[in-house]
Design a protein around this ligand. Structure first.
Ligand code: SF4
Length: 69
């Protein structure tokens, strides 16, 4: 299993907080929604967790998914 950052487009309000907290992993697109810039890495887990917890819309999820490699 690997961990993956998932952003719900429908829920994201485009506030940019996640990008401010974890700019390596999140970026605000021209569509006004946050996108995953770089996927989850254990090295940045605290920053990613902070971005997830700081999302006012609750649009960010960190999910364990099957590694399809
Ligand atoms: Fe969207 Fe949440 Fe990021 Fe704000 S913090 S841009 S609502 S995903």
């Amino acid at each position: 299993m690997i961990k993956k950052i998932i952003i719900d487009d429908e829920v994201c309000i485009g506030c940019g907080a996640c990008e401010g907290t974890a700019p390596d992993h999140f970026e605000l697109g021209s569509d006004g929604k946050a996108h995953v810039k770089k996927q989850y890495s254990e090295d940045d887990k605290e920053t990613i967790e902070a971005a997830k917890n700081g999302c006012p819309a609750g649009a960010i999820e960190v999910k364990e998914v099957e590694d399809k490699k």
